[in-house]
Design a protein around this ligand. Sequence first.
Ligand code: HAM
Length: 420
Amino acid sequence: MLTKRPRGTNDFLPDDTIKWQWLEEKIRDLCSDFGYGEIRTPTFEHTELFIRGVGETTDIVEKEMYTFLDKGERSITLRPEGTASVVRAFLEHKIYSKAQPTKMYYVGPMYRYDRPQAGRYRQFHQFGVEAFGSIDPAIDAEVITLAMELLNRLGLDQLALHINSVGCPECRPIHKQELKKYLEDSLDKLCDTCRQRYEKNPLRIFDCKSKECQELIKDAPSVTSCLCEECRQHFDQVCNILNSLGVSYEVDEGLVRGLDYYTRTTFEILVEGIGAQSAICGGGRYDKLVEQCGGPDIPGIGFAIGLERLLMTLDIHGIKPDIPKSKKFFMAYVSDETKIEATKLVNELRQNRLAADMDYMGRSLKAQLKYADKLDATYTLILGEEELQKGKVTLRDMLKGEQHEVMLENLIDYCKKLIK
Ligand code: HAM
C-alpha cells in the first residue's frame, strides 16, 4: 500500500516532466499569440458550483465527483473540470465589468472517479480556454482555431474536428418534446439510467454507452434539426468562417457533449491512436452558464484538451519533443583537498548560470568520468593535485575526447565562451 499510488493517478518522473514543461511552454506561447491570459483557480470548490454548473443529471455529477465534507462540515469537491471554476472567478472578481471579451486559459489537474484505462485517469490534466462576453460567431471560430493550431504546431495532422449546434433555451424544449415523442413507445428498451434521463434530461440519452440505447437513439430527431432561426444562422456563420480559414471539419449531429451547460456550438477533436478514435479536445458555447451561476446574462465559449491524452498521442505518432540539449560541466577531483576546491568551482560555475555537477558518492576518478558520461556532461573538468598546485584544471571535451589545460583564474570566462 505504502509503495503503490492510488488507482488512476500517475507519477511523472524527471524524464516525463521534461516533456510536460516543453508542452506547457508551447501552450503559453500559443495563448500569448491569441491574446489569452492565464488564470489559476483552486483545485477544489464548493460542491454546489459543479452541481449547478456542470448539471445534476450528467455522469460527472451523478457518478464521478470526489466530494467530501471538510472539517467545517462544508461539502467540497475536487474540480472535475475547469469551466465552472473560471465562471465562478469571473463573477467573484467582477471581471465582466471590464472591457470584453475576457479571454483566459488554464493548465492544471482535474479529478473524476471513472474506471481507469489507457487515456482515462482519476487525476488528469487539462489545458483549457474560456472566452466570455461575445456572441460573435467569429469568436467560436477563434477558439476552435486555437485548439487546432496547438495540435498543428505539435505536428499532429491526422485530426478530425467534429462540430455541431445544440441550440438554445428557445429551441431545446421543442427538441425535448420531439425526442420524448420518438422514445415514448420504446421506454422499456432503455436502460434504467436512461429511463430516468427520459424524464429529467432526455438529451443525455445520446451519451449513453449501452448498445440498446445507442441503437434506439441513433435515428432519433437530432437537436440540430430543431434549431431556431437565430441558432441556425449562428451555426451557419461559424461554419462559413471556418471554411474561409481553411479549417476542415465534419458536422456531427449526434455531438451533444456530456456536460449540461452547452448552448449552440459544440465541438470535439478526435485522434487515432488511444484505443478507438477518441476525443482529445472537447468544448463549446455556454451562453447561459454565467447567469445560471448567479451572474449577469453574459455568454461564453471554451474548450479543454486532456494533456495525458495529448502526450500519449504524440508518442503513438512518433512525434518527439524538440527539446534543445543543454550543455553541462562535470567537475571531477582526486582527493579531499581537490574536493574542497572543486566544490568552490562548481558553486562559481552555477552562480554564473553554467550548469555544473560533481560527485557526492566517493567515486574513484575513473568512476567519476564514467558517471559524467552517464549524466551526459558536455565537458568534464578534472582537478588533480598537480593541476591545483599549478593553478590549472584539465578540460575534457566528452564528445571529441580531446583535453587541454585551462588556468583556474580564467575558467569561468573560458567556460562561458564554450557554451555560446
Ligand atoms: P470534457 O470533454 O469533459 O470537457 O473534457 C475535455 C478533455 O479532457 C477530453 O477530451 C479529454 O481529452 C480530457 N479528459 C476528460 N476526462 C478525462 C479522464 N478521465 N482522463 C484523462 N483525460 C480526460 C470539459 O471538461 C469542459 N470543461 C471543456 C470546456 C471548456 N467546455 C467549454 N469550456
